[in-house]
Design a binder for this molecule. Structure first.
Ligand SMILES: [Zn+2]
Ligand SMILES: [Zn+2]
Length: 331
């Protein structure tokens, strides 16, 4: 589907029925097309790319570059296959590129660290195995090759029709990037700014010490950009970037308030706090105990991310006792 002159959006299906599709963008150029994000590594998403390009009268063999906003499987998974098919160069931010092997090849060490993190944060023994392994199935939908180009903040990616500035926007992933087309006044935001949901920001062994603090700074970095269209990694294209950013910031303020409220009852683990704050799934409220394993793990790591920001802001302290990480309000 053409979303702007020379810019096509292809809905790349997720694995299994009912899963979220990824927006793959094809940026036309006479000297080669740029594809932004690839979708999962599956026959269905390769087929969707081929059909989507055919529908726009474009050819797979004319893809020159595949730029990946971040290395989550729904964005990065298929990139190596596209390279194998048409020889395109794959470009990823240096920091996310550095995690490909740890995450998708030699992941035993990462799994160990995730287990340790979940245990220290109060996840009970009988839930640990499921939560620890909740994301493993995704690895089957990724071909984890190293990129050809390591990107940095401020780099330029262009063909003869478009010129994008790489904006490093850590938070959802430590090496997340957005692509800003200054002259045409649009931005491709990956999972940094979405219209229908607030992106997942979790504390994990690869996230850095304060991922939510990074995320809030990265959001503010986009606030003053002059853009008419926001092209996200999932969901519809939208306008009014400033308004959307304000709403996302408000969501995190509300969540911080809910966490402070739960800390009134005393010293607690992140797992105990996560059980007291409201969660959403499929557009409705859902109790923590009813969340599927993967969402439960995201709820715990999101709670830790908020607590880390509250520590940074001086409202909360963290103490280790008997192998557990406990949080306490400072007032
Ligand atoms: Zn993501
Ligand atoms: Zn995504």
């Amino acid at each position: 589907m053409r979303v702007l002159n020379g810019v096509h959006q292809i809905k790349s299906p997720g694995p299994g029925s009912g899963s979220w599709s990824t927006n793959v963008y094809v940026i036309e150029g006479g000297d080669g097309h740029i594809v932004v994000d690839s979708g999962w590594d599956s026959q269905e998403s390769l087929w969707a790319l081929q059909e989507g390009m055919k529908g726009a009268n474009l050819k797979l063999r004319d893809i020159k570059k595949v730029v990946i906003t971040h290395i989550h499987p729904d964005h990065y998974g298929l990139s190596s296959k596209i390279k194998q098919i048409c020889g395109a160069q794959v470009a990823i931010h240096r920091i996310d590129a550095g995690f490909i092997s740890l995450r998708y090849k030699d992941f035993a060490d990462l799994l160990q660290k995730i287990e340790e993190l979940l245990r220290r944060n109060g996840v009970p023994q009988d839930e640990l195995p499921q939560l620890k392994e909740a994301s493993l199935w995704m690895n089957k939908y990724v071909t984890p090759d190293s990129p050809d180009i390591m990107l940095e903040d401020g780099d330029v990616i262009s063909n003869d029709s478009f010129e994008f500035e790489v904006l490093w926007t850590p938070g959802h992933s430590p090496g997340h990037i957005c692509l800003y087309e200054k002259d045409r006044k649009f931005i491709i935001t990956g999972d940094h700014v979405l219209y229908e949901t607030t992106p997942h920001i979790g504390f994990n062994p690869l996230s850095g010490e304060n991922p939510l603090g990074d995320y809030v700074s990265s959001l503010k970095k986009l606030e003053s950009l002059k853009v008419h269209f926001i092209l996200p990694g999932h969901g519809p294209v939208f306008n009014a970037l400033g308004l959307r950013i304000a709403k996302i910031l408000q969501h995190h303020e509300d969540r911080k308030r809910a966490i402070m409220k739960s800390l009134r009852t005393g010293l607690q683990t992140a797992y105990a706090i996560a059980q007291q704050i409201p969660w959403m799934a499929n557009g409705g409220n859902i109790a923590f105990r009813d969340l599927p394993d993967w969402d439960k793990r995201m709820a715990v790591t999101e709670t830790i991310a908020h607590l880390k920001l509250l520590i940074e802001e001086g409202s909360v302290s963290n103490v280790d006792m008997d192998g557990a990480s406990l949080y306490i309000a400072k007032d």
